[in-house]
Design a protein. Sequence first.
Lengths: 382, 102
Amino acid sequence: MKKSYDVVIIGGGIIGCSVAFELAKRGRKDVLVVEQEYLTSGATGRCGAGIRQQWGSMLNATLALESTHVFENLEEYTGYDGDCGLNQGGYLLIAYTEKEWEQFQKNLEIQHQVGINSHAVPLDCIKEIVPHINTDGIQGACFCASDGHADPFHCTYAYAKGAQGMGVEIVTYTKVTGLKVENGRIRGVATTRGDIEAKVVINATGGHAAQMAMLAGDELPIFPERHQILITEPVAHIMNPMVMSFHRHFYVQQTPHGSVIMGMGDPNEPVSLNTKASWQYLEHNAWVVTQTLPAFRNLRVVRQWAGHYDMSPDRNPIINEAKSAEGFITIAGFSGHGFMVAPRTAILVSNYLTGQQDSLDISRFSVERYKTGELLLEPSVV
Amino acid sequence: MRIDEHPVLSFERGEKINFFYNGQEIEAYPTETIAAALHAAGVRKLGESPELHRPRGLFCAIGNCSSCFMIVDGEPNMRVCVMKVRSGMRVEEQRGKGVVGI
């Protein structure tokens, strides 16, 4: 570790590592990634790792579509010798209310404009996609065959190793304790391993992003929210797609290994940095999911854990350069869909930082939108 | 093989019952686990490993290790080392990952 870098990235999750990789690819190789524990130790390593293109806003649909194209070739793209575990078994979104079903049909129109190959599934055809689903109460469903899920650990390591191969340095078990700002510009970071100078500092700390930004005098409306998830023993493959319900707040997937991963949001979850798993969740999640997927009722749960969504007021990412500290850029607030849009987000941010053109307008993601009212409204978030 | 005499323990095994192993009728005592009854009947291979299909048998014998997974009355992934045998029970060798009934 040197005393000075061009760019310091705080946070060794999928966002931090993918931005490091894309920056290096564009020639900004004097980059340091500072991670307080180990790579993927935060939200990335705890997430459901779904890759969904079936979004309800043009912006999210574009981000997800273009990110999926990167995920499809991530090993080759980053020169990674492992397997990123991409399984494009599709996403089956099920609607339990009329209103939800109407929304799905509007979403499909937007998805088709962007070029996503999603389609509505007639009720009597749902069982062709997931034979063991209980269709009681389902009003309609949508399916996109190129959606899926990947291994969040391997994906992060692919980016990290690719970045390291181009000269990026990564330090783990190093905590950023302060940010140095002089004359309205970021100058560097203070860490548990000493001070480091930097021209640009990127805040990719997920649920901790608001706390981190406060160190530079930047107030951001990002707050951590605990979400829980569990994994069962592995069994023979019976379900290829991710099954998801917004109304019942759950998503379920079967990993290539055979374990079933299921997660749920709780609308009453308070804002907190709590990462403890609760027994109430275990019972509730098991009950709700087995109503829809009764074949999983006898599976034994082997592990349960919790992580943070980095929530923003309009449930969409905030990519913002601090007014109080030029060169300090926060990339957070992904509200539970950071993993699936990370590849394209990293390209967007790196294009901005290297002065290159991008088809997406980065300024739409700034916190200014909460003042001007140009929110990035997204109807389809679990 | 069963231990009949022991300096400390005494065995009250009860009346013999019958259960099925891969369709073949086997005698057991209702106080035994499935694994103990199969062991007494000379069965050493209980299943096959999921990836390489190598033989798997009794390993930890206390319900921790998953080595003794078998299909019991149609239900896969049963730990037969901690599951009591019952009359008429159908126990089958599990080859690889358990198949959940749809």
